[in-house]
Design a protein around this ligand. Sequence first.
Ligand SMILES: [Zn+2]
Length: 416
Amino acid sequence: MTSSFHEMWEELRPLGRDSSSGGYRRFAWTGADADCRAWFRAQAEARGLAYELDRNGNQWAWLGATSYRDVAPGGAVATGSHLDSVPDGGAFDGPLGVVSSFAALDELRGRGAQFTKPLAIVNFGDEEGARFGLACVGSRLATGALTREAAHRLRDGDGTTLPQAMERAGHDPEAIGPDPERLATLGAFVELHVEQGRALALHDEGAGAPVGIASAIWPHGRWRFDFRGEANHAGTTRLEDRRDPMLSYAATVLAAREQARLAGALATFGKVSVEPNGVNAIPSLVRGWLDARAAAQDTLDTVIAGIERAAAERAARDGVDLDIVRESFTPIVEFGHALRDELGAILGKGSDRPVPVLGTGAGHDAGILSATVPTAMLFVRNPTGVSHSPAETATEDDCTAGVTALADVLEGLACR
Ligand SMILES: [Zn+2]
């Protein structure tokens, strides 16, 4: 591991870490988020990069420019990722890309590389959506995929709105909105990310590969299922007199698993809230959130339709009312073949083994940006595949390989 990588990693490690779980709680616009942002700014300034905070709370560090305003359309190359986390997230999801970006710049400076284009390192805000329920808020606002009005309606679990949270963190919520001129300066954006599965670990019949290139991000979305029944006493209400939404919910969870298994897709109920949430009370409301993903849109449609049908049938049997709301959806993202092939050529140079190309079920800022900016992703091997957990890991050797790969790519894109 390069010394600069190691140093940055150690500095970042304690920020927002929960001592009991060992996981990270770096939620948007909290104190932990502010600590991570201060770290990013310090890294930029330590390298003599021009620091810029954009209208949507994304942080930029510029080499060869003081701001995007200095850059001609398509003239800059950008790299980076995010620093926020899911509840009790791992150390690598997001930070690996940001730390590797600074480390790759250090490596290129060490090589004496001559930059012919401005380089930007970026930390996108609120990628995980852990606090306000919508992922990639920083990049969605920048591209216009999320409007200011819709963003202003976002609320966290305590009822704090996104504008209130931004304001408390010292950011003007009225300033948020699309940033087309900034994005137009980016000729390429490359996001390095820890893999969130085991495709690289299992690659080539288990021989494995440290780094791969993304082909596509699966279509994915979040749906909210509200099952409304009737609250009543757990000790006095006869089973046949109950309208118990927990039963409908439980059956729906099992149906989701079954539908996903049959279709080769993924479906997860990972969050649930219950009212009144008492041990001795039949619930009046069970609200469950479904996350579903598949390699193809029609597969995902089939899975969702199957789950909705199963939920409706069971709810009818239980005397329960059902409302289903699609809270977010991201269509399939195919990364552009031109940039992807360019990365493949850069990384495959001098080797007869092509760099693995893999799809992923996880969403990323790169996926949001790809609608307007030529975008590519590099994945670093995850030996266990575990992600969104304190157990998420990557080896030192693979992190070093990731930094070198990113440096090679940036050299190929920005130093020619
Ligand atoms: Zn991530």
